[in-house]
Design a binder for this molecule. Structure first.
Ligand code: 13P
Length: 286
């Protein structure tokens, strides 16, 4: 089976359950993620950011993502994460992404509405889903350094009335509201506005997306999901697991230059980390 849309996969999440969305950057972390989804028998969203596209090339990423969806025994959505470039959205759709996020959150409200509505028009015409962001999730997505992505800067949280108007005027399929989470490594425990999650979910009727899922304790994740989050984004924790396993494997390699040996350990570490997140999403204690 090919990739399913975001709307289709999110409709598989009953109340109290979210679908895990994992960023991948290469074949090894993708295979680790897919192994986790298969072992947990859970639908999964695999996604790539603009930075990853610059690094790996959209054609390669699309081909890997489509292959993953084709061979998987679970439903898979192939999603473009945080695209600020409209042309990239169009290219991703042409290459078989089944869902895109157009991120106009740094634009003035009217411009965010305009670019998002245009992305929806193009995407829906060919049966592709669209996610958009309102307010600004802090930090920098897809950057696992300990400086720029752990900003203490001011957060611009979502406004409920604006969210209602935004959804009405854009016809998006899922909304990522800024509710206090940040991408990357948290310097201090985040203050998540669960009340905003619940209000925005109730007022818009849309499945919500929680960005900045790495480092969040289980209790926070569960509360967010119970209040209306249906897509739970994780990138940094998987990268951290990948790199730590690579480093460890290299250190004990006795000078071997077989990159597949270290890669196999990295894949396994990503699989374990992803399994833990999937269980959180499903409300399982294990
Ligand atoms: P983290 O890197 O904090 O897990 O955030 C991932 C994310 O939200 C991708 O859009």
């Amino acid at each position: 089976m090919g990739p399913v849309t975001l709307s289709e996969i999110l409709s598989m999440a009953r109340p109290g359950v979210a679908i895990a969305a994992f960023n991948f950057t290469n074949l090894e972390d993708l295979r680790g993620i897919m192994a986790a989804a298969e072992l947990e028998q859970a639908p999964v969203i695999i996604q790539t950011t603009e930075t990853t596209v610059k690094h790996s090339g959209l054609e390669y990423l699309a081909a890997m993502g489509r292959a993953a969806a084709r061979v998987a025994g679970v439903p898979v959505c192939l999603h473009l994460d945080h695209a600020t470039d409209f042309n990239l959205v169009v290219r991703a759709i042409r290459l078989g992404y089944s869902s895109v996020m157009i991120d106009g959150s740094r634009l003035p409200f009217e411009e965010n509405v305009a670019v998002t509505a245009e992305a929806v028009r193009v995407a829906h015409a060919v049966g592709v889903s669209v996610e958009a962001e309102l307010g600004q999730v802090g930090g920098k997505e897809d950057c696992a350094c300990s400086t720029c992505c752990s900003t203490d800067g001011e957060l611009h949280l979502v406004d409920v009335d604006e969210a209602v108007e935004f959804v009405r005027r854009t016809n998006i399929d899922a909304l990522a509201p800024a509710v206090g989470t940040m991408h990357g490594i948290y310097k201090a425990p985040p203050c998540i506005r669960f009340d905003l999650i619940e209000e925005v979910h109730r007022a818009t009727g849309l499945p919500l997306v929680l960005h900045g899922g790495s480092g969040l304790p289980r209790a926070i994740v569960r509360e967010a999901i119970v209040r209306g989050v249906r897509k739970f984004n994780v990138a940094t924790d998987l990268q951290a697991a990948y790199v730590a396993a690579w480093r460890k494997a290299l250190a004990s390699s006795g000078g071997s230059i077989d990159s597949r040996r270290a890669g196999a350990h990295a894949m396994e570490a990503v699989c374990e980390a992803a399994r833990e997140k999937i269980r959180m999403c499903m409300g399982e204690e294990r």
